[in-house]
Design a protein around this ligand. Structure first.
Ligand SMILES: Nc1ncnc2c1ncn2[C@@H]1O[C@H](COP(=O)(O)OP(=O)(O)OP(=O)(O)O)[C@@H](O)[C@H]1O
Ligand SMILES: O=P(O)(O)OC[C@H]1O[C@](O)(CO)[C@@H](O)[C@@H]1O
Length: 319
């Protein structure tokens, strides 16, 4: 293996830069050249490619976002787009590719490997919705960012004796809501994996009020829908003044936690080892605190298991 490419795709996530740094430095350490493909699969189709050396990845381990930029590419999902991407890889003499992104991005990597380019995927998304891995890069930072916001909202909720609904990201996954809610002492978490029951939530809130609680915190995952409507319903049914905060993109930016930097550095270095070992169509995952690699098709066939125990624990601890 003489020259590899690296790209980030889908939504950005804190820790992607740490992964890029680790790919570049592990490769160069092993005498492999690295080309940075900018703007995801769009950049691959358009030849938006720059060489990366040791210094190009200096001073980025602590930065959010991705220095390679990212994108979602409809064109890449067509047969013509895929062929154009393969042509560009040939033109730039790239014989291995590392893709950092969510499940869609890994699917794209798999398509390229079917066409003959050696590809390795690294799961990076704040949503933690790639079922084959216990953690995706960026998830831990997003949970900590949400937790910090919950703590601040809790202060003002207490002063005003209000209920606060806090909407977090996660697409169709309730993982950010669940863990930020557990760590933030939420009274209730609303997740897409569970049916929404407003009366049940109101009962819990009123139970808390009757034992002298000064505030209630409800963490809602965006995929569970309608934060403002949920807040309105709760206010009508409990008579308690209710406010809604949507955290949005602050969860996708910011300096990655130690956990995400370490996970990113380890996964990315392993991706290069896999390429050097001649592997293709594999994705790196972490399971039970061990890094493993799986065939991308197998990895994408995993079904995400909802963490019922943590969900129950939120209920137990909010009595
Ligand atoms: N089935 C597929 N075949 C080829 N390419 C795909 C496929 N699915 C997704 N991709 C490519 O990967 C890109 C990113 O996918 P997607 O928008 O689903 O985000 P993701 O990687 O799942 O990350 P996130 O959910 O964090 O945004 C798509 O825009 C597309 O270019
Ligand atoms: O960047 P966009 O297109 O607004 O996408 C937002 C989505 O991306 C994510 O931030 C990451 O997949 C989701 O949590 C969210 O639903």
């Amino acid at each position: 293996m003489k020259r590899i490419g690296i790209l980030t795709s889908g939504g950005d996530a804190p820790g992607m830069n740490a992964a890029i740094r680790s790919v570049v430095r592990t490769a160069i350490y092993n005498d492999i050249e690295v080309m940075g493909i900018r703007r995801g699969y769009n950049g691959l189709i358009n030849g938006d490619i720059i060489p990366l050396d040791v210094s190009s990845v200096a001073d980025i381990i602590h930065r959010g976002g991705t220095i390679l930029h990212t994108a979602r590419s409809k064109e890449f999902m067509t047969e013509e787009g895929l062929d154009m991407a393969m042509n560009i890889l040939e033109v730039f003499k790239i014989d291995g590719l590392v893709v950092i992104g969510g499940d869609g991005s890994l699917r794209g990597a798999q398509k390229l490997s079917e066409k003959g380019i050696k590809t390795i995927g690294i799961p990076g998304t704040i949503d933690n919705d790639v079922a084959c891995t216990d953690f995706t890069i960026g998830f831990d930072t997003a949970v900590n960012t949400a937790l910090d916001a919950i703590a601040k909202i809790r202060d003002t909720s207490t002063s005003h004796e209000r209920t606060n609904i806090i909407e977090v990201m996660g697409r169709n996954s309730g993982d950010i809501a669940l863990l930020a809610g557990l760590a933030g002492g939420a009274d209730y978490v609303i997740v897409p994996e569970k049916e929404l029951n407003i009366d049940e939530i109101c009962k819990e809130i009123l139970k808390g009020k009757n034992r002298g609680k000064l505030h209630s915190i409800v963490v809602l995952a965006e995929g569970a829908g309608g934060a403002y409507e949920v807040g309105k319903q709760i206010q009508i049914k409990t008579g308690i003044e209710t406010r809604t905060t949507i955290l949005g993109y602050i969860q996708r930016g910011g300096s990655p936690t130690a956990f995400d930097r370490i996970l990113a550095s380890r996964m990315a270095s392993m991706a290069i080892e896999l390429l050097m070992g001649g592997k293709t169509s594999r994705t790196v995952c972490i399971q039970n605190n061990k890094l493993i690699d799986l065939d991308i098709d197998d990895a994408l066939s995993y079904k995400k298991q909802f963490d019922e125990k943590s969900y129950k624990l939120v209920e137990i601890l909010s009595i």
